[in-house]
Design a protein around this ligand. Sequence first.
Ligand code: UDP
Length: 238
Amino acid sequence: PETKTTFRRVLLKISGEALMGDQGYGLHPPTVQRIAQEVKSVHDLGVEICMVIGGGNIFRGLQGSAQGMERTTADYMGMLATVMNALAMQSALEGLGAYCRVISAIRMDEVAEPYIRRRAVRHLEKKRICIFAAGTGNPYFTTDTAATLRANEMNCEAIFKGTKVDGVYDKDPHKFDDAVRYDTVSYDDVLAKRLGVMDASAIALARENNLPIIVFSLDEPGGLRGILAGKGTYTTVR
Ligand code: UDP
């Protein structure tokens, strides 16, 4: 098994939907458990880990507003959904013996720590996994942008974006047999070709700070650990 990695500190971004398993909604505890194990195995290599988890398995602001809800209220509901996911992940990680803090961009002191940058950095130095919840704390953003923001603030070397496919393709590989995967692709191409890695504001923020985004498959067992050791297939956006 791989034991070496060149990464010292990374941010792992997963969508809320990654936690719902085959269900159409919500949290699927065995799936949360499986991802927690992946994270733990990388943490055991000595890598400092930040996590951002989306909320789309519970609530998306855009969906709510499409149904007539006021947009900012709907977005706050989406942010609260990410807190639930973060707590589920914290519980799974702690069950595996990994120390972990949930840090919320919206204050709710009984539930999670408030976001204080230096304090979060200290947690990482002490090898505590930090799950950044409630997105950026602002409506009209996504958790992809929150991930890029926190990765920059925490001086992460890269964002690892876990998806359903093993990288970025020129077209949807689930629909087209001749879809071609990029080994590397530039931020500009992702934006110009609308490759759908992350939303445009997240890509722009990564580009401005030269933060690589590594897109890999979460469905591959041991995938995250392998990729941190430079194995497996993935796409680097840089
Ligand atoms: N959200 C927000 N501001 C943020 C992050 C998230 O308003 O900084 C809201 C937004 O409504 C979004 C929802 O939270 O739809 C869930 O986040 P996201 O859609 O990014 O989750 P994912 O698609 O990754 O599961």
